[in-house]
Design a protein around this ligand. Structure first.
Ligand SMILES: [Zn+2]
Length: 242
């Protein structure tokens, strides 16, 4: 069982020490990690794991029955034995871009819910561009301009982004309809990790995020395509992500 140390609010930590639980040619399992494993529409972190006598480049991270597997792209030296202390270094620029993108996704999803009563049916963030599927939705160019400018107005307000565990009952009572698929989260998950943008939005989410909206830069909507009856996909990017 790997402890997810980036939760609930340590998503700015990118260097850490941990102990090897298992190492194979394909992956390393640690007792705890700050690497984000792919999930919830957010890709995995990249980085390196170093130990006395070797190091591994990590280019994929995924959950497997409560363990987090750090996938090895290439390795120098010998595999570390179980019990070895290692240093993990998360690719900071990639993490930062993914955190900013994921937070921007919350902003755009909120704006669209408030203005068009369309919910987020799916989303996928990347380090350089992101997409959100809205339902029911049929946006024209004027709508897209409006969504973009309202999102940027929210970002300029520079609200704080609070990440913390809250009792499930409290989250269920307070989350706005259309901002959470609580039925998708197994009943035993309690408390829930929530991401709350002060005075603006709150929803349960397990990803990494910025600490305030001012970090996001400017949202630019790149494209909008129909993904079937009543579903529109908006693609956007942020200034400063390359
Ligand atoms: Zn999120």
């Amino acid at each position: 069982m790997t402890e997810l140390r980036y939760l609930p609010d340590a998503d700015d930590v990118t260097a850490f020490e941990a102990t090897v639980e298992e190492a194979t040619e394909e992956y390393i399992i640690l007792d705890g990690t700050y690497f984000y494993p792919e999930g919830g529409g957010q890709p995995p972190d990249h980085g390196t794991i170093e130990w006395d006598g070797g190091s591994a480049e990590i280019d994929d991270v995924w959950k497997d029955h409560g363990d987090v597997r750090h996938g090895i792209a290439s390795m120098d030296g010998d595999l570390p034995a179980a019990g070895t202390t290692v240093e993990g270094i998360v690719d900071e620029q990639r993490r930062r871009n993914l955190s900013r993108m994921h937070t921007a996704q919350h902003v755009v999803s909120r704006v669209v819910l408030d203005e068009y009563e369309a919910t987020t049916a799916g989303n996928q963030v990347y380090a350089d561009r992101s997409r959100i599927d809205f339902e029911p939705a049929s946006f024209d160019n004027e709508d897209l301009d409006r969504i973009e400018s309202l999102s940027n107005a929210a970002i300029e307000s520079d609200h704080a982004v609070v990440k913390e565990q809250r009792p499930r009952e409290q989250v269920e009572a307070n989350v706005d309809e259309g901002r959470a698929l609580l039925g998708m989260i197994p009943d035993h998950v309690d408390p829930l990790r929530v991401v709350a943008i002060e005075e603006f939005d709150m929803c349960p989410c397990g990803g990494t995020h910025a600490d305030s909206l001012g970090e996001l830069g400017e949202v630019t909507i790149l494209d909008c395509t129909s993904k079937g009856e009543d579903i529109d996909r908006i693609e956007f990017t942020l200034s400063g992500v390359e």
